[in-house]
Design a protein around this ligand. Sequence first.
Ligand code: UDX
Ligand code: ADP
Length: 483
Amino acid sequence: MATPPVKKIACIGAGYVGGPTMAVIALNSPDIEVVVVDINEERIKAWNSETLPIYEPGLDEVVKAARGRNLFFSTDTKKHVGEADIVFVSVNTPTKTTGIGAGKAADLTYWEGAARLIASVSTSSKIVVEKSTVPVKTAEAIGKVLKRNCSDPSVNFEILSNPEFLAEGTAIEDLQKPDRVLIGGVDTPSGQAAVAALKWVYNHWIPVERILTANLWSAELAKLTANAFLAQRISSINSISALCEASGANVQQVAHAIGTDTRIGNKFLSASVGFGGSCFQKDILNLCYVCETLGLREVADYWHAVVTMNDYQKQRFVERVIGSMFNTVSNKKIAIFGFAFKKDTGDTRETPAIDVCKGLVRDNAKVAVYDPKVTSEQIFRDMSTPKFEWDRPDYSRSHTRLLDNVQVCATPESAAEGAHAICVLTEWDCFKHYDYAAIYEKMTKPAFIFDGRNVLDHDKLREIGFITYALGKPLDPFLQKVY
Ligand code: UDX
Ligand code: ADP
């Protein structure tokens, strides 16, 4: 079978997935023109500027090397999608907030919008690649939208699922040297030709043995399953962190002991205040919804427990803070170190910091947030956005009472000045190296540190005079008396 040539790729959606993925494809494939399109003009402007719209280590260099050569960012969707041989779709797939499947099912409004657009501008056959997280069997529905909305009967659409496994903060590394690339397609000659074409693109820099192929449904389900398994590890260790605190064990020692068993492995065993990010919760809820619609209630309940445990961990942390501070945080300033959902990203989608800050503010605390990469505008937006609405670019926000008790600070020192406590919610490396003795001097006493990521040296902090809480570890003697 001759491999069809791919001269031009378009990607609909210039977000966290579309932007970096296309930049790396362009960098490694100088013979292919890659154009990323988006309806958001500001975003496209930023991709064409010196300050990219997302922070990702190594991304600036990749974009600089390829932009203007064979990598372009544009709002002219019609032209570039129309001309492309392959169209990646990397648009928002929010969780539905109303109607059937509310709080679980994916809302495919943006996906369908993208499919209608592709159909309306296509005068030649195209390979359409699912890149966003979508529930299993979406490709089938999208295939129908494409066929029914294209006026030219000679145009054929082949749909592939090519799930994204990159993790933010290490996206460029993950894209340059992936463990594997997965391509799902249908088992027809034209379906397999489409798989071969996409394989040919990735093979510019990824060895064939790392490019796995599967049927369409397996590829879609593999994405949800991978994230469910990873999130399950975190919820499992987080459940043990609660048990450690109650019993005097140390969760890091437990994690180390089990992680050295090669059958278990040592990754994704860091207990934390909870997992965040755009994928884990959304993918698990999607998985649960798919199971429910197929009548598999027990399976849905099994996976849903991973999300329940994550919510419990965030709530447990808030209760720990309030309980330790003599059962009241009313009018007390609490410094929040870190708002991003993990280090090395400015992304705050589903960050545990939102629920923790909301929990503290509901008890009338005054939170002062410092994060090295998250903008104050983003923090205020997150604090005024209801659950699940973050993934809607068109959601309009209004001022809520919660915001009156939120302050965003430009330095960690100003966040901590006069504060009764510091809560560490993101594992930024820089948090390890602050002058905590100087910070302590300017705090209200007794001064507490609640380390939700276990990044600080608690022995040193206790020497300075802090009352400290290290998640999943034996309690500070002061806290033992309080409880
Ligand atoms: C994840 C998957 O890793 C990636 O393959 C997928 O395609 C997208 O979703 P991402 O959300 O970027 O990537 O970040 P990840 O590194 O997986 O972390 C998710 C959350 O889990 C973060 O909040 C992180 O802090 C938390 N986490 C991770 C822990 O709490 N403990 C750990 O041991 C690891
Ligand atoms: P992800 O993390 O999956 O990349 P993002 O929210 O960062 O998600 O990016 C999705 C992008 O898709 C947004 O920039 C949004 O403006 C864009 N988008 C959504 N619908 C369309 C559409 N019909 N045409 C073009 N771009 C779209």
